[in-house]
Structures are given as structure tokens and as C-alpha cells.
Design a protein around this ligand. Structure first.
Ligand SMILES: [Fe+2]
Length: 134
């Protein structure tokens, strides 16, 4: 089951929406690679890609929040940090997994649920705020 970006996740800020869509694409490739039993090398490569993109995207949101003195900055940022640390735990678990499929299921619920929840709650609020500034 692929993760899908839907219009109800739109924040109305173009760069933010485009980056969210790109994140979904990257997550789908990763989950797909894990499910179809792609080689470890391929999975590690995709993880790295997702890692980098996450840092890039969260960095952009954080810069925008700082620029406009967003008052929910610290709690929003700590949600980002939580995701980054979950992702790195997942990577470690995958490396040592006896039953990789269990990690795939966990990855799916952790990454997908977190992202949908984060976007539909805090990112949409941020987007609405940014729309008043630009
Ligand atoms: Fe965010």
C-alpha cells in the first residue's frame, strides 16, 4: 500500500507542498524496495536519500519559521527531530533484522502515520501562517 499525497494535505504553500509530495515519492520507493526484497545496498541507498531529503525539507520549514518568528517553532522543530531519530532507529533495526518484513510493517506505520499526522496538523497550521506573510 503506497502512501499517497492528497489535496487535503495541502498547506497552500507551493514549496512546502512540493517537498511533501517528493517526500512521499521517496518513502514509496523505500517501502517498495523493502517489500520486494531489493538488495540491502539499494535499500541503504534509498534510506540515505530519504535522510538527506528530510533534513533538507525540515531545514526549509525551520528557516521559514525562524524568519517570521513563528511562535510554535520549538514544538514543531522537536517533532521534526523525533522523526529524524525514528528514521535512524529504523535504519539500525533493518540492518540487524532477523525478520525484515516486521521492520517493513513498522516502517510503514511509523513513517506514513507520522507524516500524514504531522502534515495535516502542524504543517497546515504553519502553511496558513506563512500565507499571511507572503
Ligand atoms: Fe513540519
Amino acid at each position: 500500500m503506497a502512501i499517497e499525497w492528497t489535496q487535503d494535505l495541502a498547506t497552500g504553500i507551493n514549496w512546502q507542498d512540493n517537498q511533501h509530495k517528493e517526500l512521499f515519492v521517496k518513502i514509496n520507493s523505500l517501502i517498495e524496495a523493502m517489500k520486494t526484497g531489493k538488495g540491502k545496498e539499494e535499500i541503504v541507498k534509498l534510506f540515505k536519500f530519504l535522510d538527506d531529503y528530510t533534513v533538507f525539507h525540515f531545514g526549509n520549514e525551520q528557516k521559514a519559521m525562524e524568519k517570521f518568528n513563528y511562535n510554535d517553532y520549538s514544538s514543531h522543530k522537536s517533532q521534526h527531530q523525533k522523526f529524524i531519530s525514528n528514521l535512524s532507529d529504523l535504519k539500525k533495526q533493518l540492518e540487524t533484522a532477523v525478520v525484515p518484513v516486521a521492520v517493513v510493517i513498522k516502517a510503514q506505520s511509523m513513517v506514513v502515520d507520522w507524516l500524514k499526522n504531522h502534515i495535516s496538523k502542524v504543517d497546515k497550521v504553519l502553511g496558513a501562517f506563512l500565507r499571511t506573510k507572503t
